[in-house]
Design a protein around this ligand. Sequence first.
Ligand SMILES: Cc1cc2nc3c(=O)[nH]c(=O)nc-3n(C[C@H](O)[C@H](O)[C@H](O)COP(=O)(O)OP(=O)(O)OC[C@H]3O[C@@H](n4cnc5c(N)ncnc54)[C@H](O)[C@@H]3O)c2cc1C
Length: 385
Amino acid sequence: MTALLNHFRLASLPPEAEAFREEVKDFLASHMPDSPPDVRARSWMGFSAEFSRAMAERGWVGMTLPQEYGGASLNAFSRFVLVEELLVAGAPVSAHWIADRQSGPLILKYGTDAQRRFYLPKICAAQAFFCIGMSEPNSGSDLASVGTRATRTDKGWRLSGRKIWTTNAPRCQYMIALVRTSGKPEDRQRGLSQFIVDLSLPGVTIRPIRDLAGDAHFSEVFFDDVELADDALIGQEGGGWEQVTAELAFERSGPERLYSSIMLLDHWIDCLRRSGDAEAHVAVIGRFATHLATLRNMSVTVTSQLVQGASPVVEAALVKDIGTEFEQSIPAVIEAAIAADPLAVVDADLYRTVAYVSQVAPTYSLRGGTREILRGMIARGLGLR
Ligand SMILES: Cc1cc2nc3c(=O)[nH]c(=O)nc-3n(C[C@H](O)[C@H](O)[C@H](O)COP(=O)(O)OP(=O)(O)OC[C@H]3O[C@@H](n4cnc5c(N)ncnc54)[C@H](O)[C@@H]3O)c2cc1C
């Protein structure tokens, strides 16, 4: 156990990252849409191409990508600060979110020079938004059983199959899809490859799915004999599993996993300040602050490992597991606090925000890898599997 825990040596953000925070705050002061807390609580589900383009003009989309491709060549510490400030403000980030966090770094690492030159400048200019095509109707947590297939043709590849739970597919230009290029689903991790799929191609059909809160960010994506050019393959044919594992480490390691309910917590604290009713809740708010401070330190530590070029897969899984538990406890505690005093007058924005966050909180421990899968990875890190 101690070997794993030793990885969490306290790290702190360097002074230049803290100085960058002021720049981000200034930007947000003038660019944040004027929206109520229940809209801002949507943050990383909130889609605004306009906001993403304003960020891109500052060099803050794909900011860790090299300058030669339009990035800002900044490190993961600066990205940590940017993401933290965006989420705390409730900024609508989902247009560029996936390309910035996953698709861009994946293309940089595994793409050909031509792919890097084509896609990365578009990502950094917020002209190309990406979605992730991993899950399928019978292949969610068990990604190795993916059945969507790309078959070789004279000109490239023919893609057939179906993806599900694809965030933002109707609003993205491209999907990076994990598909089978050889063998059968029973072959598991072998025979999987990743493709960059232009979603405007004939044969692609996208059907939105509405979630419990009424938003339609999810979709089902159907591929009916979609003809892909040769250069749609990214990385090695058959190397999809290794690539996707690296991609998921990016997905799980950031402050995204701590701040999903922060708008609600902040607004509740604001309401308590205004009403003077804080006394009854100081212990629980103190506990939230304690957990957040500790989790944030763990997340900064994972970031410092990324900066050093490590691939902290198990550490990121630990932070995500505890982080989502923290994020899910916030709406539950606030709902209980409101319900405990039925005669109190409750701020209407607080009602709307807690209603929204309570409805979506169960998804926190599903998206990006379910709780049980993460705990299985942690067990492997402890040498138990
Ligand atoms: C908000 C949100 C956004 C998402 N966006 C995307 C996206 O953009 N692209 C994409 O590809 N997917 C996306 N997903 C899908 C998400 O990653 C899947 O929900 C996830 O992979 C779970 O798959 P499933 O729903 O099929 O559940 P299942 O895999 O059927 O799991 C059901 C339950 O069984 C447990 N379980 C399954 N297998 C095991 C096992 N071997 N050991 C122990 N327990 C197990 C799971 O942990 C879970 O509790 C998104 C999900 C959410 C909630």
